[in-house]
Write a protein that binds this ligand. Sequence first.
Ligand SMILES: C[S@@+](CC[C@H](N)C(=O)[O-])C[C@H]1O[C@@H](n2cnc3c(N)ncnc32)[C@H](O)[C@@H]1O
Length: 249
Amino acid sequence: MRITSVQQNNYKPQFKNNSRHILDNRGKLLYRTTTYFFREDFNWQKFIKMLGEKYKDAPKVNMICHACSSGEEPFSLVMGIENLLGNLSQKFFPIEARDIDAKNIEMAKKSGFEGVYGGQLLEIKRNTNHNVAKYFDVRRSSKYDSIVSFNLNPKNTLRDKVNFEQADIFKDVETMPKSNTVLFFRNVWPYLSVFERDKLAKKLYNNFDESSLVVVGSFDYASDIHWILTDNGFVETDVDYVYSKPLKS
Ligand SMILES: C[S@@+](CC[C@H](N)C(=O)[O-])C[C@H]1O[C@@H](n2cnc3c(N)ncnc32)[C@H](O)[C@@H]1O
């Protein structure tokens, strides 16, 4: 396996802080690790309000953020949930965050995020009611010449709410709780083979009941994931990219 270095590109609107390309021994792309805080393909606020309503009577919700890359996605979930659900947030934590790539998990557990593009800091501000300091020590970074960036060091208020572990979803899917599980598996389906996509959709449908949710991303639509999930019985909810089994009437 070959791994390219984290991109050192100068400012581009699409700048991302963890964007490695993982290749097999023959140079074929296995997957990219691209991720960032509050990825803009998703309506985080609408989704989190839906969580609050759907699980208002549930004592515990099993949040699983698979293919979490270097941790920006599960950390976004913690901040967004606390901001919008307040005292009702605790039942969503800890978030179980997993990724097949050991380097990603190492990065997620280490002391902080370096050279985070200024636009991402603004997204964090908007989604924390301007309370970034609750979650991060923030310093201006000199990592890039032509882009304003910051070093973000997560505080324990954030870290304590996420458990990171290296894992392949195909093994984990066997042990995911049937009920009240919210599975994030976003912006990764195109890296699976057609056979694997169908196999995973079937497993999820068989393992989950109507109280659980599957969340995908815009990149996944390149792999026809909407049709694969719906052909296997899932229906899309009122929130784009969020699927469940049809509710029993
Ligand atoms: C493009 S990133 C998506 C990160 C994040 N979910 C997001 O949307 O910002 C794709 C991630 O999928 C992970 N991945 C690929 N195959 C996987 C598998 N079988 N199980 C778990 N993670 C996997 C890769 O390591 C990579 O970090």
